[in-house]
Design a protein around this ligand. Structure first.
Ligand code: AMP
Ligand code: MG
Length: 415
């Protein structure tokens, strides 16, 4: 009897490439601006009108004819934002104007209020002293200076964050085609698992992975679907996996991918679809498994994540996040990477590259990121993920990396 895994061991890079090659873009859907934050635009968007649509004052002050120069002038009217003046500013006259108001006909510049004075006379119209010489166009936003009519304001593939949503609103575009958020279902497997709110019986532990993964899915822009806990029987597992494939674009299972008798996930995925890899040269997370299944609704990606909480979350970031981002339309779906210097020496693994959890912070004196280890890296110790915003990609080799050495850091949280 053999105890060797039948799966060949892929490198992390190869496994990621295989994963991304299987992730497909779904059809875009039109959504109102209130529901697009974080989504990727599926088409170029052009402005219908110029912005601003009228020459507008950028200051509170007086609309003038620049050539008039400093002097005392009659104020022939007032114009505030939101209305057009029903008078013209002839040479030798001025008009009070507020920020954002359309420049009255005849005026060609604005003198800010600080450079003027309303004179205390009984003159009608009242007299205003202009103290500053301005040039044509001063403190006026010409038509189309921000955005020209027909100009592409946003391109397909751009992420819609607050500024982009503001641009769409200003251009009068109230719904846009975006890629939908992928639905990601999470199933915990294991006879030993109980709900977090229940007291574990003898030999039992609480299910931490499901709450953690559901939260992680939401945080990276997916729509989480909770499939609960399945015991380690073929029937129970099969029923839940089928349900997951029906309901979600991506199915995550946790546990049941090691080499024990009750590690039923790999054979089940072989049956339900195609397993693309079942072992990856990495620490933690070696047994991570990736399959695809074709169902009525289309192609589904399935990740059999390892049961140990840390392995589960590390493999989620390394493989699931890029796949999810690709399916959400990201042109570059991989984790962002920076270089950091080690704050302390770290032991290396001679057989597998390690993804060491660390907290990166900016060191102003050295002008670089410094990576502080989160401590003991055993894969059951979820405390090693706490406050981690990066996975340090430690090379596979004997020995130790010295403090101060540079290392690639994959970002999993905010810096
Ligand atoms: P397995 O891959 O199923 O053999 O699980 C590996 C280890 O992870 C075992 O110690 C399991 O008890 C533990 N484990 C599996 N699933 C979970 C879970 N959802 N929450 C916490 N620990 C888990
Ligand atoms: Mg198990």
């Amino acid at each position: 009897m053999t105890t060797r895994s039948p799966y060949s061991m892929l490198s992390v890079e190869d496994a990621l490439n295989v994963t991304l090659a299987q992730a497909r873009l779904p059809a875009p859907e039109r959504r109102p601006l209130s529901r697009v934050r974080g989504a990727i635009l599926a088409a170029d968007i052009a402005a219908q009108e110029p912005l601003p649509p009228f020459p507008a004052s950028t200051k509170d002050g007086y609309a003038v004819v620049a050539a008039d120069g400093p002097g005392d002038y009659p104020m022939v009217g007032e114009v505030s934002a939101g209305a057009l003046a029903d008078f013209a500013v002839e040479p030798g006259t001025v008009a009070y104007i507020t920020t954002g108001a359309p420049l009255p006909e005849g005026a060609d510049a604005v003198v800010m209020i600080e450079e003027t004075e309303r004179l205390e006379t009984d003159a009608d119209p009242p007299l205003v002293r202009i103290r500053q010489q301005v040039q044509t166009g001063d403190d006026v936003r010409p038509v189309g200076v921000d955005v020209k009519a027909g100009q592409t304001v946003l391109a397909a593939g751009e992420r819609l964050d607050p500024a982009e949503i503001g641009l769409l609103a200003t251009a009068g575009i109230v719904d846009v085609p975006v890629f939908p958020r992928p639905k990601v279902a999470v199933l915990s497997t294991g006879d030993e698992l109980v709900e977090p709110g229940e007291p574990p019986g003898p030999g039992q532990i609480r299910d931490s992975n499901r709450a953690m993964l559901l939260a992680a899915i939401g945080a990276v822009g997916g729509e989480p679907v909770d499939l609960g806990i399945s015991g380690d029987t073929q029937e129970a597992l099969e029923a839940r996996v089928e349900q997951g494939l029906e309901q979600a674009d991506i199915l995550l299972t946790s546990g049941g991918v090691s080499m024990g008798d009750l590690d039923l996930v790999k054979p089940l995925l072989e049956h339900a679809g195609t397993v693309h890899y079942g072992r990856v040269r990495m620490k933690p997370g070696k047994p991570v498994t990736f399959a695809t299944a074709e169902v009525e609704q289309g192609r589904r990606l399935v990740f059999g994540l390892p049961g140990n909480p840390v392995s589960s979350l590390v493999t989620f970031y390394l493989f699931v996040v890029p796949a999810l981002r690709k399916m959400a339309g990201w042109p570059d779906p991989r984790l962002r990477q920076v270089q950091a210097r080690l704050a302390q020496p770290l032991p290396l693994d001679a057989f597998r590259p390690e993804y060491h959890r660390a907290t990166l912070s900016w060191d102003a004196e050295q002008a670089c990121f410094v990576a502080a280890s989160t401590g003991s890296q055993i894969s059951s110790r979820l405390l090693s993920m706490r406050s981690a915003n990066a996975l340090l990609a430690l090379p596979q080799r004997e020995g130790v990396m010295a403090a101060g050495e540079a290392v690639d850091a994959l970002l999993i949280g905010e810096l």
